[in-house]
Design a protein around this ligand. Structure first.
Ligand SMILES: [Zn+2]
Length: 452
């Protein structure tokens, strides 16, 4: 190489270095200026609109007050870093302070074979406030493969939730998520589908993907619904009923202060079409919520809690430890966590659901029990720090043919259906087994909690 060529090469490399620096610094630069006043205006660039909706809905009197507080987070590890991120996304000022932890689960006797997690494939449908955090948790747990489905783009208005970063605004959610997740854990295989699963063509592709995309080319091990609308939930429900695949439904209320997860095993439990979806009552006037053109409220805390419930139960189901919950609700206003179990409706509108029910009934009792042993509706609810000295041994209620409103459904206190379906002409039998084995009834317990 001649001297001139060498000088030329140095020039090129210097230029390349400069470009890399600009690119790198560009990512570090905040994508917006400081906002001096929090506003509830619903525009793309406003990250506070969803939080300010808490004020409009009467949950919080003065949300802006959060900017006056300072919080010190001591220890920025697994809990501290997420705590700090949630507080940042909520708009608080942070005073910062300065792992094979997973395999220790095995050493401590919680999980028999943790390595098995690398063999599993999970489909996450909806990569929003709950789905993105769910995907991140599974990635950090070392799941074998993830399938991500979503058709939305990242917006600055979503920065009050966890996971996505301001510099990703405008990118498709699945693309942006996959990039981050692969950088967190390159061992996880990742497939992304940037489409709406409810259109006819996409639904066929969705069915095809979830039945042939596991690491061994078979069906995925679990489908997690993290979508925010009824149509998408019904699409996942009908796909899973047809393919006979177990799935988890999850949801967060429009006022941001309650949420739930629900485990659905075709034929064994009520599917999404068997009964109206269950929600945790949050003592809010429904009329203040269902107004056209008003955006829903959302909190990174509630979404993070629901994602945590979802992944915790996913791990228990896949790795076979503890008990998987059929329905787990969460009311932030009272810190109330109801659990229950719903039997399938023999007159469900979904014919695949009815077919799975017949198949399930035909199973030998041993096999049925095996399914029953792996999952529980919360039969052994033990409150470790129990100031009242009460043990609620069983707050699980099993219900059959569930179409007659909340009372006949036998829902546990604090849960109601999102809407009611008119009763059919033929009356059906209900088997409510409310085994509240305690000296004080649940109603009394709730009254005591309210009077605090
Ligand atoms: Zn059904």
């Amino acid at each position: 190489m001649t001297l001139v060529q060498l000088q030329q090469r140095i020039k090129e490399l210097e230029e390349q270095l400069k470009q890399e620096r600009i690119k790198h610094e560009g990512v570090q630069q905040p994508v917006r200026d400081k906002i001096s006043q929090m506003s509830s205006e619903v525009v793309d660039s406003n990250p506070y609109s969803r939080l300010m909706a808490l004020k409009r809905m009467g949950i919080v009197d003065n949300y802006e007050k959060i900017r006056e507080f300072t919080v010190a987070v001591v220890g920025v590890g697994g809990v501290g870093s997420v705590t700090a991120e949630m507080l940042t996304r909520c708009g608080i000022v942070l005073f910062p302070c300065s792992c094979s932890r997973l395999m220790a689960l095995k050493r401590m006797g919680i999980v028999d074979n943790y390595e098995k997690i690398r063999e599993f494939t999970v489909a996450v449908v909806g990569v929003g406030g709950v789905g993105s955090v769910t995907a991140e948790m599974l990635t950090r747990c070392g799941i074998g493969k993830l399938l991500l489905f979503d058709y939305d783009k990242v917006e600055l208005a979503n920065m009050n939730r966890l996971f996505f970063q301001p510099h990703q605004a405008g990118l498709s959610k699945v693309e942006a998520a996959a990039k981050t997740l692969v950088s967190i854990n390159p061992d996880v295989a990742m497939e992304t589908y940037n489409y709406n699963i409810t259109t006819m063509d996409n639904f066929q592709d969705f069915m095809n993907r979830i039945s042939h995309s596991s690491l061994s080319g078979g069906p995925v091990d679990l489908v997690l619904s993290c979508v925010d609308n009824f149509e998408a939930r019904m699409a996942i429900n009908s796909a899973c009923n047809e393919l006979n695949m177990s799935w988890f439904e999850s949801g967060v209320s429009e006022n941001a202060v309650s949420g739930h997860i629900q485990f659905i095993v075709p034929g064994d439990t009520a599917c999404f079409a068997c009964a109206p979806p269950l929600i945790v009552a949050s003592n809010i006037d429904e009329k203040t919520l269902k107004r056209d053109g008003v955006c829903a409220a959302s909190l990174p805390t509630t979404m993070g809690i629901v994602a945590g419930f979802l992944v915790q139960n996913t791990l228990k189901y896949l790795l076979g430890f503890g008990e998987v919950t059929y329905y787990l609700g969460y009311s932030a206003l009272t810190d109330f966590f109801p659990t229950m179990r719903l039997r399938p409706n023999t007159m469900c509108d979904d014919n695949h659901c009815r077919q799975r029910q017949v198949e399930f009934q035909a199973k030998p009792p041993v096999q049925k029990e095996e399914t029953g042993a792996a999952v529980s509706g919360g039969n052994e609810v033990v409150h470790e720090d129990n100031d009242w000295g009460i043990t609620l041994v069983d707050e699980t209620i099993e219900v059959e043919d569930s179409r007659h409103g909340d009372v006949a459904l036998g829902l546990v206190a604090g849960i109601k259906t999102a809407y009611s379906i008119p009763a059919p002409e033929v009356s059906s039998t209900l088997t409510n087994e409310a085994n509240l084995d305690s000296s004080i009834s649940l109603e009394e317990l709730m009254a005591q909690m309210k009077s605090i």
